[in-house]
Design a protein around this ligand. Structure first.
Ligand SMILES: Nc1ncnc2c1ncn2[C@@H]1O[C@H](COP(=O)(O)OP(=O)(O)O)[C@@H](O)[C@H]1O
Ligand SMILES: Cc1cn([C@H]2C[C@H](O)[C@@H](COP(=O)(O)O)O2)c(=O)[nH]c1=O
Length: 286
């Protein structure tokens, strides 16, 4: 049985309305870096940046441009859809997949469920201490492969990223005592090497913000065999790690601006919201 030791907490502080995000993004565009900083020197309001973040990101984008662009070539954009397990990321990608000049990359979950006849995802849920490193090494490899694959359209929308695999899932295994320190050290050195030696451009993060309860209901309804052992507490912990990373911005470096979309709503309202945010998502990545 897979049980998390640390239960997460839900804070209404982090619920930012869509109009609030829009206003914040408008303000951030007008006055880059002028947002008051949060406790760790970063802005708490998603979609806006501190001066430091703005400079860092600009440098990243400039170096990407130098490496990739030839005269007349257009800048390509990468948008990562982030969120808890069963928050609706695949459904969101499916919706946008009908957009022209946009390619969609889903998470390589089928690989995590079958590598040469083995199922590291199932093994990890059955015995995380033994199999956590195995799964997360493979997740890191397959996510890197996704990031580095040749783009077939000017805009790429992909499910999660190498960053969330490390900052959310590896971190959770380690913090909950389910990953031995040596395994965490090996994964961390790999991750640090990859991210400091390989350019992994991300232009926008879209965070589908849900309650753990909503995810629990959707996960139960989806009924993926490996995930039947997941308790609500696990989703609460993952939720809190996401909130600390993307909303409070107190845990790890956020590689791109964050657009928060409240995602507890029914499918129809979600599709309506995606349509409403379409311009911001696609243009915001430019
Ligand atoms: N807005 C929604 N309301 C109700 N059910 C949803 C909604 N969005 C997705 N679902 C369902 O919830 C389950 C998980 O959605 P999915 O898109 O696979 O999430 P994720 O890719 O984030 O794990 C699926 O069965 C999907 O059909
Ligand atoms: C990235 C990542 C994922 N997992 C697990 C969590 C879920 O069981 C699946 C992904 O499914 P989702 O519906 O797309 O959220 O994989 C993991 O254990 N470790 C990871 O790094």
């Amino acid at each position: 049985m897979f049980v998390c030791s640390a239960a997460g907490c839900w804070t209404s502080l982090c619920r930012i309305s869509a109009p609030g995000v829009r206003a914040a993004l408008r303000a951030a565009c007008r006055r880059p870096g002028a947002e008051p900083a949060g406790p760790c020197g970063r802005s708490r309001l998603s979609g806006s940046w501190t001066q430091h973040q703005q400079q860092q990101h600009q440098q990243q984008r400039t170096s990407t441009r130098r490496k990739l662009l030839r005269p007349g070539e257009e800048k390509k954009s990468v948008i990562c859809i982030e969120g808890n397990i069963a928050s609706g990321k695949t459904t969101c990608l499916e919706y946008f997949s009908k957009t022209s000049n946009l390619e969609v990359l889903t998470e390589p979950v089928s690989k995590w469920r079958n590598i040469q006849g083995h199922n590291p995802l199932a093994l990890m849920y059955q015995d995380p201490v033994r199999w956590g490193l195995t799964l997360q090494t493979y997740v890191q490899l397959t996510m890197l492969d996704r990031h580095l694959s040749t783009m077939s359209a000017p805009v790429r929308m992909m499910e999660r990223s190498i960053y969330s695999a490390k900052y959310i899932f590896v971190e959770n295994l380690y913090r909950s005592g389910k990953m031995p320190e040596v395994d965490f050290a090996v994964l961390s050195e790999w991750f640090d090497w990859i991210t400091s030696n390989i350019d992994i451009p991300v232009d926008l993060i879209v965070y589908l913000q849900t309650t753990p309860q909503t995810c629990y209901e959707r996960l139960t309804q989806r009924c993926r065999e490996e995930e039947k052992v997941i308790p609500l507490e696990y989703l609460e912990t993952i939720h809190q790690l996401y909130e600390d990373w993307l909303i409070n911005q107190m845990s790890f470096k956020v590689p791109a601006p964050v657009l928060v979309i409240p995602a507890n709503h029914d499918l129809q309202k979600m599709l309506h919201q995606y349509e409403e945010h379409r311009g911001k998502i696609l243009m915001g990545s430019k």
